[in-house]
Design a protein around this ligand. Structure first.
Ligand code: URA
Length: 446
């Protein structure tokens, strides 16, 4: 170790602070702990355009390999928040609760749990994202409702939460601008899967979004960023620590994303599935996890109402419809429907042992549910309706799924990928548990 930034040529590690980007990168390369001012220097310099992408990318890779201490992750989160504006929600009375998922395939829990919690009396100001890689985005799903906008001014956003109890809107580019820059760079430098980088990315946005409490859904498995339950628990702990450290009550559920969630993958299709769930119908696992998330939101808000009862009363659906209408949506005009609907049949008989969520997410993105390139437009009607979910028995020739697409050519392009996503067993299969752990300020419960 005799290069710039190494302790040997630049003094004792304990009091040394890197004075330029090269030194700061070198310190992380050598496994030393950053001082908060080094992180602040690096991040603010990058946002101002004074530190180039190649130096930031080198530092990000060093972080991926060396990791970060809790103090470093906190400093990074604070520097990210300080790069932009923080939303002031004091105009909304009561405890405001946000909800966030780290991203999945068929994950429409926000569309069910958030209005359900609002119907229970929780104030839900929620800023959401768009489809990313193979994972869906709440904003794209909502925009499949004719006329609906997710671009709300802060005044309109606050007013809607006051009146309806919930608003789901796009994040202003003025909130945590550092994350947009950093995420784009991480996406193309293989530096996304890092616990401190993900935790600071998510929590800086959640903290800057201004809610008093946050419920996190941290996913693991084939269709998620985290590979296994242990990694997801580690990420959940880090995020809970950051949230609680910022004075926000934070609870995380660790959930499985090996198989798609629910029966629909696609923007309008998932809105339909959410409406059905709010009527108490549909996939049991989806209903269960949505009620669980809504219950956590109620508990953090101190609202003593049972979300299952509220669901049965129909109030959750009414609140969802009021939210859609308040954002300009016209459900009565009907959701967009794909011109082509083609069933993909099973080539064998058996019990469905698994459906590869990553392959399903990639196939969905290819037919227009998400974007293959940044400039692509999503197809609101495209998607997959799963008929043979995990645990079900199918006969040869029975449909596994119906593909909704713009053209038959698109279906042909993804047919094999979709069919190969199914795994079968000759023995009966039980659906695996969906919620594996819960993390709060007192620790982890399994
Ligand atoms: N979602 C985010 O917002 N940031 C990450 O780093 C990963 C997932």
């Amino acid at each position: 170790m005799n290069r710039e930034g190494s302790p040997r040529n630049l003094g004792a590690a304990s009091d040394f602070v890197g004075k330029n980007a090269l030194e700061v990168i070198g310190r992380k390369r050598d496994g030393l702990e950053h001082k908060p001012e080094e992180i602040q220097f690096l991040l603010s310099g990058y946002v101002r355009g004074e530190i180039p992408d190649y130096q930031m990318a080198a530092w990000l890779m060093a972080v991926c390999i060396r990791g970060m201490t809790p103090a470093e992750t906190l400093a990074l989160t604070q520097a990210m928040i300080a790069s932009g504006e923080v939303l002031d929600l004091s105009g909304i009375p009561g405890i405001k609760v946000d909800k966030h998922s780290t991203g999945g395939v068929g994950d429409k829990v926000t569309l069910i749990a958030a209005p359900l919690a609002a119907a229970c009396g929780v104030k839900v100001p929620k800023l959401s994202g768009r489809a990313l890689a193979h994972t869906g985005g709440t904003l794209d799903k909502l925009e499949s409702v004719p006329g609906l906008t997710v671009d709300l001014s802060p005044e309109r956003f606050i007013q809607q939460v006051r009146e309806v109890g919930i608003a789901v809107a796009a994040q202003s580019p003025r909130i945590v601008p550092a994350d947009k820059l950093l995420y784009a760079l991480r996406d193309v430098t293989a530096t996304v899967p890092s616990v401190p980088l993900i935790a600071s990315s998510v929590m800086s946005k959640k903290i800057a979004a201004g809610a008093d409490a946050i419920v996190l859904d941290v996913k693991f498995g084939r269709g998620a960023v985290m590979p296994d339950v242990a990694a997801a628990v580690e990420l959940a702990r880090e995020m809970v620590t950051l949230g609680e450290g910022a004075g926000r009550r934070t609870v995380a559920l660790v959930t499985a994303m090996d198989n798609p969630l629910g029966l629909m993958v696609g923007n309008a299709l998932e809105v339909t599935e959410a409406l059905d769930a709010l009527d108490g119908r549909g996939d049991e696992e989806l209903l269960e996890v949505s009620i669980r998330v809504a219950r956590e939101m109620c508990e953090l808000a101190g609202v003593e109402v049972d979300p299952s009862e509220v669901l049965r009363s129909g109030a959750g659906r009414t609140t969802f419809e009021r939210m859609l209408a308040a954002q300009g949506g016209h459900l009565e005009r009907g959701l967009p429907e794909a011109p082509v609907k083609v069933a993909v049949a099973s080539e064998r008989a058996g019990f469905v042992a698994g459906i590869d969520a990553l392959e399903i997410g990639l196939a969905a993105a290819e037919i227009g549910v998400g974007r293959l390139r940044k400039e692509d437009k999503v197809d609101p009607a495209a998607g997959l309706h799963i008929h043979a979910h995990v645990g079900m028995q199918v006969r040869k020739g029975e449909p596994l799924v119906t593909v909704h697409a713009r053209s038959a050519e698109l279906v042909d392009r993804v047919r094999d990928r979709i069919r190969n996503a199914w795994r079968f067993s000759d023995q009966e299969v039980r659906r695996p548990p969906h919620v594996l752990a819960r993390v709060d300020r007192n620790g982890v419960t399994y």
